[in-house]
Design a protein around this ligand. Structure first.
Ligand code: DAT
Length: 175
């Protein structure tokens, strides 16, 4: 069977993971998995955080998500989308992309999504402090972690082209 890579798309909510992931799946035939949605469907969330207005995924649930995905990840050819990355097994991913968005763009996107107050501020701060980038650098070999600018439609197109190119090379090297 042809070996295909697993790709992690991570970053602050609103940076464009879902948009990139779904389009990438279309172009490559890889399977797109949104871990946030998966956790919601399987009722893997621990509860609902009233202050942040979002579902909370606790550690036990994280392990459940990992269990649920294990078999599929072992087969390869999966694009995983999640706004965190420290609880996935390191061995799952051949490459990790951290999408990055400038504040002004991110602010508008989150506001359009209906985020207000503390939740909006916290997410903007998460991006300013590059929290997810640091999480990724601590969780994976630094040489497989790449930041991708995700501000405008041209960025999306360039990111798609680069990832498709990387994947084609990976397939040549590994088959
Ligand atoms: P995420 O999955 O990281 O939460 P998303 O894919 O839902 O983010 O995108 C959030 C919003 O931003 C959505 O309205 C689409 C838009 N968007 C995503 N990537 C973009 C880009 N490169 N340029 C302009 N808008 C983008």
């Amino acid at each position: 069977m042809v070996k295909r890579p697993n790709i992690l798309l991570t970053g602050t909510p609103g940076v464009g993971k879902t948009t990139l992931g779904k389009e990438l799946a279309q172009r490559t035939g890889l399977t797109y998995i949104n871990v946030g949605d998966l956790a919601k469907e399987g009722e893997l969330y621990d509860g609902f955080d009233e202050e942040y207005n979002c579902p909370v995924l606790d550690e036990d649930r994280e392990l459940q998500v990992v269990d649920e995905l294990e078999e599929q990840m072992a087969e390869g050819g999966v694009i995983v989308d999640y706004h965190g990355c420290d609880f996935f097994p390191e061995r799952w991913f051949h490459i990790v992309f951290v999408l990055r968005t400038d504040n002004s763009f991110l602010y508008d996107r989150l506001e359009n999504r209906g985020y207000v107050g503390k939740k909006l501020q916290d997410n903007i701060q998460c991006e300013i402090f590059q929290t997810i980038y640091e999480e990724a650098m601590e969780s994976y070999k630094q040489e497989i972690v790449h930041q991708l600018p995700s501000n405008e439609p041209e960025d999306l197109e360039r990111n798609l082209e680069q990832i498709v190119q990387w994947m084609e090379q990976w397939m040549k090297d590994n088959n």
